[in-house]
Design a protein around this ligand. Structure first.
Ligand SMILES: Cc1cc2nc3c(=O)[nH]c(=O)nc-3n(C[C@H](O)[C@H](O)[C@H](O)COP(=O)(O)O)c2cc1C
Ligand code: SF4
Length: 630
């Protein structure tokens, strides 16, 4: 097998970017002319396949795109067939295989931004910068919905930079391109890193981004939490209270009490507490966390892996970003507890590529925890070893699906796997794996701090504890809210204060459903009864000024774009759905409505994963409950 494309060499810059990640080539096999002796190295190099996405990121971050020479060099370094590496590189929207400017502006065109003037921002950007592709591109939800309309500029270089605009004025992001002046879309309230030197040796076991922290010109994380500082908060209690850059401050605010209790209880005791708490997953599927942990812990084959799903790409979802930016040590501690209970020595934190500030903060928190003996070998002297490797996604919603995330980490296209086998049996690298959402994991801290019974006393029988809701759209106070399960949509809206005449609320994001009854209880069982879903906690409020047909078209476009294309019902169905909605937005024809139902049912019944299975939900509810095309 010849690994070269066309014998194109990388530039010095591209080679340096890859070598900075992988180290200099250890053999001729990886970099120069091969000899028979080099063949022996191939088997060892094969195991590095999982560094493919980080290596692609390294070049993309440094140069802005991945040339054939760079791809060829990465293939040689990792012994990956070029066709496969090409398939992976072309899978992700943040990577480019074509030359492009170092600075690319990503303008959000998704639901929350659309409801708050995003189209106008897009139009003005296009006026100034030309058609998409050259210097800017429309982007699916950036997870900045409380600051809609939003845009994100990513600039490649030796020290790559990321700049967030939110709320972006119609002229601002493009104007910045022209003047290259500083961005001041909010007060610089991001506290300095005050934890001192974090380690004497290398601080990261995995690839790091090197993003510059001083670029942060964003409002502090607590600006996204209208309830910040209120005594009733549980999951958000430290946001705006604790310095996210200080481990000492985290400990002064109760940090690491949960891990200490876990170590006293032992793994089985921790799982018992989580089972008794009634905690269910907050990533969308609402699976009982204790059962997942128990099933993994019991598996005799090792190693076990922990994957924290921080991909958060469901349009309208931004709670995990706020948790990670405002209280990063909480996630590090929670992952450590989960690993202890389930027998994992290694955890991967898979964070979406569009979250530069959360990434920087978690890199720092992980390095600091490692330097202080809270990650690594013999944690707190209990003979328990665990470490976390941070992996960045690269712009693919489907990678949030729990098996697609494995393929992405392993260096393959982020396509979901068929289940069974389930992750607890055969997950990452074919080993038993626990996958949990950020919010789910952070819930484990109060369970251990106050006990399962105290935790389960809040909420309802089937939905225990509190829940984070991402409120956006036409409201006066968008942001992340924390309410005990059992509160109604009306309670939440009273806090967020809708503007104008309420038309509908999209619960659960693009994969969710529209509701109009403000008295629907915000619980798993309550929303199910109402024919909706809590999903990842999206509450997108729409008043009667919002063009609902345009919102439905955007939902359809999103699913068509994000379908991995692996199975026919979803690959073809999402295209047909979008086409029919386009026709319907011009002229209502009953045949198109019938076609939509047929296609929707087929996607729901016959798709491999949740993306295809839910791609028709929101459209169906808009037709049936809101009468959009009547
Ligand atoms: C298309 C698709 C995208 C998903 N995206 C996410 C995501 O971004 N974050 C997440 O936690 N779960 C996501 N999920 C759900 C995961 O598959 C999985 O159920 C979850 O990570 C399990 O964690 P939990 O039990 O803590 O909820 C997604 C599922 C599908 C089908
Ligand atoms: S349902 Fe869609 S996203 Fe999921 S595997 Fe099939 S084609 Fe891919």
């Amino acid at each position: 097998m010849d690994l070269r494309f066309r014998d194109v060499e990388p530039t010095e810059e591209e080679r340096a970017a890859v070598d900075a990640l992988l180290g200099p080539p250890a053999s001729a096999w990886e970099g120069g002319p091969r000899t028979d002796a080099d063949l022996r190295v191939a088997a060892r190099a094969e195991r590095s396949r999982d560094l493919l996405l980080p290596a692609l990121h390294a070049v993309n971050d440094r140069v802005g795109w991945v040339s054939e020479g760079a791809l060829d060099y990465i293939c040689r370094r990792l012994t990956v067939p070029p066709a496969e590496a090409y398939g992976v590189a072309s899978f992700y929207s943040l990577l480019s295989l074509e030359p492009r400017p170092a600075r690319v502006l990503h303008v959000c065109t998704d639901l929350a931004c659309q409801a708050r003037g995003g189209d106008e921002v897009r139009r003005r950007v296009e006026e100034r910068l030309g058609p998409p592709g050259e210097g800017w591109q429309p982007s699916p939800c950036l997870g900045l919905c409380e600051r809609a309309p939003a845009a994100l500029a990513l600039e490649a270089g030796e020290t790559p930079r990321a700049t967030v605009y939110g709320p972006a004025t119609a002229a601002e992001p493009a104007a910045h391109d022209e003047t290259d002046g500083p961005v001041t879309d909010g007060p610089v309230t991001d506290g300095p890193v005050t934890d001192g030197p974090v380690a004497s040796g290398p601080v990261a076991s995995g690839p790091v981004t090197g993003w510059r922290d001083e670029e942060t010109c964003e409002p502090a994380a607590e600006a996204a939490v209208p309830q910040a500082g209120r005594p009733e908060l549980v999951l958000l209690r430290r946001i705006g209270v604790v310095d996210p850059a200080s481990l000492d401050d985290y400990r002064a605010h109760g940090g690491y009490a949960a891990l200490r209790r876990a170590l006293r209880l032992g793994p089985a005791g921790v799982i018992r507490e989580v089972l008794e708490s009634g905690l269910v997953g907050r990533g969308g599927a609402a699976f009982p966390t204790g059962r997942k942990w128990d099933a993994t812990a019991r598996r005799p084959d090792h190693p076990h892996y922990l994957v924290c799903n921080a991909d958060e790409s469901e349009p309208g979802t931004f709670k995990d970003r706020v948790l990670m930016e405002g209280d990063p040590y909480a996630l590090v501690e929670a992952m450590t507890v989960a690993a202890y209970a389930t027998g994992c020595a290694k955890g991967y934190l898979y964070i979406r590529g569009e979250y530069p500030r959360a990434t920087r903060r978690l890199e720092h928190a992980i390095a600091t925890a490692r330097a202080r003996g809270l990650l690594g070998g013999d944690i707190l002297g209990h003979g328990f070893s665990f470490d976390i490797e941070l992996r960045r996604g690269a712009g693919a919603y489907i990678c949030g699906e729990e098996t697609a995330i494995f393929n992405s980490i392993e260096g393959y296209r982020g396509e979901p796997r068929s289940k069974p086998p389930f992750p607890v049996e055969k997950g990452l690298f074919g080993k038993p794996t626990v996958v949990n959402n950020v919010e789910t994991l952070v819930n484990v801290l109060p369970i251990l701090e106050h006990g399962a019974q105290a935790y389960a006393a809040v909420g309802t029988k089937e939905s225990t504890g509190t829940k984070l809701f991402c409120v956006s759209g036409t409201v006066d106070k968008p942001g992340v809210y924390e309410l005990p399960f059992g509160a109604t949509l009306r309670d939440l809206l009273d806090l967020a204060r809708p503007v104008g005449t309420l038309r509908a609320v999209l619960l659960g994001g693009a994969a969710g459903a529209f509701v109009t009854d403000p008295d629907v209880p915000l619980t798993f069982e309550g929303t199910r009864q109402a024919g909706a879903t809590l999903g990842s906690g999206v509450v997108l409020v729409l008043n009667d000024t919002v063009d609902l047909k345009a919102i439905l078209l955007r939902i359809a476009e999103f699913f068509r774009d994000e379908s991995c294309g692996q199975c026919v019902p979803c690959r073809v169905g999402t295209v047909r759905q979008e086409e029919a909605l386009h026709r319907l937005s011009g002229r209502v024809d009953q045949r198109d409505l019938l076609l939509l139902r047929e296609v929707g049912r087929t996607m729901r019944d016959a798709s491999i994963c949740g993306l295809g299975q839910t791609a028709w939900n929101a459209v169906e509810s808009a037709i049936d409950r809101l009468g959009v095309y009547s």
